[in-house]
Design a protein around this ligand. Structure first.
Ligand code: PMP
Length: 362
């Protein structure tokens, strides 16, 4: 389809590119194709734009949201909030976002810039405490006339939009890219690896793959150490209650929209902050992609999965297509110490030596 004028920014949500990560694949010694879905190129900067738009438009068509009256309130780790704030700015709703303290200043600034109000909540408050981002959102809803929580943790439109759009976009890109001698392809999506927060992405994308495309597709969930989403349970116990810096993935409760059915998610991998952030650096320096922390977790999880029995088989098979989901970009984390220390770290190189020499001369 030739490019057309969009009615507004909501038309620039999703439709993100799927790109080869050939240099990373070579570093990992893979024969399979390693591909990434670049969700930070969505208009609000993350994969969560998709669900924000879907939940708001579904509520509008059900008559639950009334322009000029309704106040959208949502507890989020930030990205769903930014998507909601984009949609609310365009559609004219007031928007209040409850955000745990650990989430970045950049997310709060983006939210405020889009006209949303932001209420910070203690990170350590358990999800069912009245002080958590979920508890505070409920309190606000009771007090504010017209307040409505669309609730990404329970809303069926969260996994559904990934089943109807994110998954099919991946399938279409893989199916319509021909296999060649230089770039062999099975013509199918063989593996999907992604982080889970609400679990909407992994659940919906998995359903798209297994129901409509390739029932043998292997879906691997990535869960930070300290979170409890992984199955089996004992994967989570080693780091019980540990705090982690990576944002947007992991929880202290199991959201309704996350399927932990092994028929949907075949296996789970735990990742630590350090390995996630090291992976971000590799993605940036090798592939030129300015991704956020959970994308590093996806790559780090993939690296670990390739060492499992099932993973080794895929890794050594030419043409197998392994898709990682890069959920957001570095815009959200530019002032975070983990990013600044990585970005500013000098790489000892001949080029650096020549630059230093040239500067001394002048
Ligand atoms: N990565 C980031 C940066 C996110 O904000 C989110 C959403 N919380 C995810 C991954 C996980 O997405 P989902 O909620 O669909 O599991």
């Amino acid at each position: 389809m030739s490019p057309q004028i969009l009615d507004n920014a909501l038309g620039a949500i999703g439709h993100t590119p799927l790109v080869r990560l050939d240099k990373v694949a070579a570093q990992l010694g893979l024969k399979c194709n390693l591909l990434a879905k670049l969700e930070f190129l969505s208009v609000g900067g993350s994969i969560k734009d998709r669900i924000a738009k879907a939940m708001i438009e579904a509520a509008e068509s059900e008559g639950k949201l009334v322009p000029g009256q309704s106040v959208v309130i949502e507890p989020t780790s930030g990205n769903t909030g930014i998507g909601m704030a984009v949609a609310c700015a365009i559609k004219g709703y007031r928007c209040i976002i409850t955000l745990p303290n650990k989430m970045s200043l950049e997310k709060e600034a983006a939210l405020r810039a889009l006209g949303a109000e932001v209420v910070r909540t203690p990170t350590e408050a358990a999800w069912d405490s009245p002080d958590s981002h979920i508890g505070v959102a409920k309190k606000l809803q009771r007090r504010i006339p017209g307040g409505i929580i669309l609730d990404q943790y329970r809303n069926v439109n969260n996994p559904l939009i990934h089943e109807m759009a994110t998954g099919p976009e991946i399938i279409e890109a893989v199916v319509s890219t021909p296999s060649s001698t230089a770039r062999p392809s099975s013509g199918k999506v063989d593996v999907v690896i992604c982080g889970a927060g609400t679990g909407g992405t992994i659940t919906g994308v998995s359903r798209a793959m297994k129901k409509t495309h390739n029932k043998e597709c292997i879906v691997v969930g990535v869960d930070p150490k300290g979170s409890i989403l992984a199955v089996p349970e004992d994967l989570n116990t080693a780091d019980d209650g540990a705090m982690y810096v990576v944002e947007g993935i992991g929880y202290d409760f199991i959201p309704d929209v996350l399927s932990r059915d092994p028929a949907d998610v075949d296996s789970w991998i735990k990742t630590g902050d350090d390995e996630s952030f090291a992976a971000v650096r590799i993605i940036m320096r090798s592939e030129g992609l300015l991704v956020g922390g959970s994308s590093g977790s996806a790559l780090s999880g993939a690296e670990k999965w390739f060492k499992t029995e099932a993973g080794q088989k895929v890794a050594q098979t030419e043409g197998k297509n392994v898709v990682l989901i890069f959920a957001d970009g570095i815009r959200n984390y530019m002032s975070k110490p983990w990013f600044l220390s990585m970005a500013m770290e000098a790489e000892p190189s001949e080029l650096a030596a020549s630059i230093a020499g040239a500067l001394e001369e002048s």
